[in-house]
Design a protein around this ligand. Structure first.
Ligand code: CAO
Length: 416
């Protein structure tokens, strides 16, 4: 069947992770994504963290599958003309250059809109227009710090901590994809393109919504009853780091299982679900806590929640994390094993669902990547390899009407 985004032409003027993650998603769903890269260099991630000499790094292949690649020096007059022609014929252009870089090339939003008023222009920056930091270049951790994730992650007696999840990069790309699809639907009504801008700071903050909720609650009542600091510790005037606390209405913690002394991931996450307190007491071998006023409400439990967790750990001490989950699921406890990346890579269920996929990459051979986390009933995205640098340059130029000789001249002049 035709994929939903088939026929949508996207100029992918992106690099590193935030922009490429957005356009890769759209490519999986059928868009024709043409990556425009600097001749001889390409996206910097082609060369970053290489595991095989001279081959495109996994950093690149895992963020640029299902795309085509055109090399083009957009600082040359002929390169600019080619880009203008591409813009005239495209539906979307996505970029995540350093602040001002596209303007310096001569492609301001106003100019792009003039060339093609129907085109949707997607842009990622570290900070929004008007921010006092708007001129700063940004990578993942810059955004995690500025978006509220770092100050609220980690333990209260340690420094702000960065998450392993790409909250600043891929998350921003996902936000931009939503914006672009929204603008495409909007265009069906108005016939007009628009600029869609997402800052990495804002995208991180959007995922830290509950922490802003906590800031406001703190200002109203002076404490946060689901944090480990309650009721025995002190609160300041800002949301503290809560370690592995649940963060919602349900307290939870990371608990040790059999083998934790040697295996850094022999843990589970255990949630004390309010409405499941009775079965939880049975599961942890303390049925008497069901009626004990020191245990019957979340508030009563909180002052000795770590003693409760210690009791649960005793109960789980002879179980591996997988055995613990098998046991606890029967009692309706919301829980999961702490899975290592190795366990995830070889997880048969994640492979069967297409969330972990094996892709064949030209020159490299097989590698693993994360497939579409979004599942559709009418189609399953087929994840293919990433393009080699400039693999489709000749093809694209021919489509634009360049003859063989003209293409050879463009190579000679280092335009492509
Ligand atoms: N032809 C000619 N020149 C090109 C080109 C092409 N095809 N593609 C890029 N360039 C030029 C740019 O115009 C720019 O030139 P000037 O500095 O002279 O204007 C230069 O290459 C470098 O631009 P850049 O933005 O790609 O690279 P950078 O190293 O200065 O910064 C980054 C990288 C990621 C910090 C910055 O792009 C940024 O802050 N982007 C916005 C936020 C973002 O997306 N961050 C990445 C998240 S993933 O970790």
């Amino acid at each position: 069947m035709a994929l939903p985004l088939e026929g949508i032409k996207i100029i992918d003027f992106t690099g590193v992770q935030a922009g490429p993650a957005c356009t890769q998603l759209l490519a999986w769903f059928g868009a024709d994504v043409l990556k425009v890269e600097r001749p001889g260099v390409g996206d910097v991630t082609r060369q970053q963290l290489r595991d095989i000499p001279d081959l495109d790094a996994l950093y690149f292949t895992m963020l640029n599958s299902n795309k085509r690649s055109l090399t083009l020096n957009t600082k040359t007059p002929e390169g600019k003309r080619i880009l203008e022609n591409l813009i005239r014929d495209a539906d979307v252009l996505v970029e995540n250059f350093a602040p001002g870089a596209l303007d310096r090339m001569g492609f301001t939003w106003e100019r792009i809109h003039e060339i093609n008023p129907k085109l949707i222009f997607g842009s990622v920056k570290g900070f929004s227009e008007g921010s006092p930091y708007a001129d700063i270049k940004a990578y993942e951790n810059v955004a995690q710090c500025a978006g509220g994730a770092a100050s609220t992650t980690g333990f209260w007696d340690g420094p702000p901590t960065i998450s392993g999840a790409a909250l600043g990069d891929s998350n921003t790309g996902m936000h931009l994809a939503i914006g672009i699809l929204t603008a495409l639907i909007g265009r069906q009504k108005t016939g007009q393109g628009q600029k869609v801008a997402v800052s990495m700071q804002d995208a991180v903050l959007n995922l830290c919504r509950v922490k802003l909720r906590d800031q406001e609650r703190l200002e109203h009542v002076g404490y946060l009853e689901e944090y480990p600091q309650y009721p025995n510790g002190k609160f300041s005037d800002t949301v503290p780091r809560g370690g592995n606390a649940g963060g919602g209405g349900q307290p939870g913690w990371v608990l040790k299982c059999k083998g934790w002394e040697t295996d850094p991931n022999a843990y589970i996450y255990f949630t004390v679900q309010e409405q499941n307190w009775g079965p939880t007491c049975d599961a942890i071998g303390h049925p008497e806590w069901k009626k004990d006023p020191a245990y019957t409400t979340a508030r009563a439990r909180q002052s000795h929640i770590f003693d409760i967790f210690a009791e649960i750990e005793k109960k789980l001490a002879d179980k591996t994390k997988f055995e613990a989950i098998e046991y606890l699921r029967k009692f309706g406890v919301p829980c999961a094993p702490v899975l290592s990346m190795k366990e995830i890579a070889y997880d048969p269920a994640l492979r069967a669902s297409g969330t972990i996929v094996e892709v064949v990459q030209e020159e490299r051979g097989k590698y693993l990547t994360v497939g579409s986390p979004i599942k559709f009933s009418a189609f399953k995205p087929d994840i293919t390899g990433a393009p080699l640098l400039g693999e489709h340059t000749d093809q694209v130029l021919a489509t634009l009407g360049y003859s063989g000789d003209q293409i050879a001249k463009l190579y000679q002049d280092k335009v492509v």
